[in-house]
Design a protein around this ligand. Structure first.
Ligand code: ZN
Length: 152
């Protein structure tokens, strides 16, 4: 795909997930509930996590924030379901490399799926925390942390 086409596809994904966030709901029977806060931007979400042994059985979120933070939480919720804890940590590392510009080589849509839509965030350092907030919070939930996760 040409770069321009990719760029507009990525923009579309972010706009769509911001407007119609997936798994945007409370989960009364969640195993883990954790809040995440990005004071720089005001993004504030609660992540709900249900585990089946080592596998993410279900994940949902609630809260408010900028388009990048909400779209990122939404896309995250769609990609981690059914994954093992280990796999989620790997995805987090790759996503983090991507948004901080450490991902070397071409970012392939095939490899990263919709997570690749956030590649452009690396050009806007102030937005990196918006994009990674939900991931930091999910990781905290997986580690059974109780205190609010902040990006500062
Ligand atoms: Zn934000």
């Amino acid at each position: 795909m040409a770069t321009d086409e990719l760029r507009s596809l990525y923009q579309e994904i972010i706009l769509d997930h911001n407007k119609n966030p997936r798994n945007f709901r409370q989960m009364p029977d969640a195993d883990y509930v954790l809040e995440g806060y990005n004071p720089l931007c005001g993004d504030h979400y609660t992540i709900y996590l249900k585990m089946n042994g080592d596998v993410v059985a279900d994940v949902s979120f609630e809260g408010a924030g900028c388009a990048i933070s909400k779209a990122s939480a939404s896309v995250m919720s769609t990609v981690v379901k059914g994954k093992t804890k280990q796999h989620v940590h790997e995805l987090f590392d790759r996503f983090h490399d991507l948004v901080t510009g450490k991902h070397t080589g071409n970012v392939s849509f095939e490899e990263l799926g919709k997570l690749a839509a956030f590649a452009g965030v690396s050009e806007f350092p102030a937005r990196v925390k918006c994009a990674s907030l939900a991931w930091h919070t999910l990781r905290g939930a997986l580690e059974q942390r109780k205190e609010t996760v902040t990006t500062e």
